[in-house]
Design a protein around this ligand. Structure first.
Ligand code: ZN
Length: 253
């Protein structure tokens, strides 16, 4: 939790949380751990907590809904919500698919709605914006919505200026958005999003380098870099309290 606190001190207003087993270091579908980490963060600071529903799926598919429902019931400020399925890129290539059927997306969106958790709509490709629009129409997602453009390349949308401009154009006018690009595109896409009025996500899930060939020492170091960029470009850094207003998230419970 020290890592979250350091990132908060560096200027982060939201933490996106996965859980790793402290012994093995492996990502786990352990909601007890998620709760423990969540509570510890809460003790330390008022940062907005966004818990993953994309990671921590290490359970048989038939048990996945129950595990995620229980996790949503922890009532963090936000949960990530992956807006569609995407092929998984491995070398050598394999048959893996990150499955997010429309029925599942809708079920999870409704649970988030019931628990008062703001979904972070993760968009890996342009068609997923259409799925989000349908979910809004069907009442599973409440507006104003918050979109995260996950520019993964390879099996999803490529991290280019043109694509980011297109994505920002395609979402509802009352929406907020953020970008996270993978690897060496993380900082360049953040630098493009800042003057566009978007928000940014940086951190070890997406990129571990501070600059070419230089490993970042911490998530906080990456946050520090993006804070400097924003300041140079004339954008203020939102406190968690201000970010709650921007994202329509009620004060912390
Ligand atoms: Zn994640």
């Amino acid at each position: 939790m020290d890592e979250t606190y350091r990132a908060y001190q560096a200027g982060a207003s939201i933490v996106h949380l996965h859980a790793r087993d402290p012994k093995t270091g492996k990502s786990v579908a352990n909601n007890v751990l998620f709760k423990e980490y969540y509570d510890k963060i809460r003790e330390k600071c008022d940062i907005i907590v966004n818990i993953t529903t994309g990671g921590g799926r290490e359970v048989p598919l038939e048990k996945l809904d129950d595990v995620i429902h229980e996790r949503i019931k922890l009532k963090p400020d936000m949960d990530s919500l992956n807006m569609g399925s995407v092929n998984v890129w491995f070398t050598p290539i394999n048959d893996d698919v990150f499955i997010n059927s429309t029925a599942r997306v809708e079920r999870w969106a409704k649970w988030m709605l019931e628990e008062g958790v703001k979904p972070e709509l993760e968009i890996y490709d342009t068609g997923m914006i259409n799925i989000a629009a349908t979910m809004i129409e069907r009442g599973a997602i409440k507006e104003p919505a918050h979109y995260q453009f996950v520019m993964i390349g390879k099996t999803g949308i490529s991290p280019t200026v043109k694509n980011l401009a297109y994505l920002a154009e395609e979402i509802p006018k009352n929406a907020t958005w953020s970008v996270c690009a993978i690897g060496r595109y993380e900082m360049p896409m953040a630098a493009v999003a800042i003057p566009m009025g978007g928000h940014v996500r940086v951190g070890f899930e997406d990129n571990i380098y501070l600059s070419r060939g230089v490993l970042a020492k911490s998530n906080a170091e990456l946050v520090g870099k993006v804070v400097r960029l924003a300041k140079e470009l004339g954008r203020d850094i939102a406190t968690p309290e201000e970010a709650r207003k921007i994202l329509n998230i009620p004060p912390r419970r």
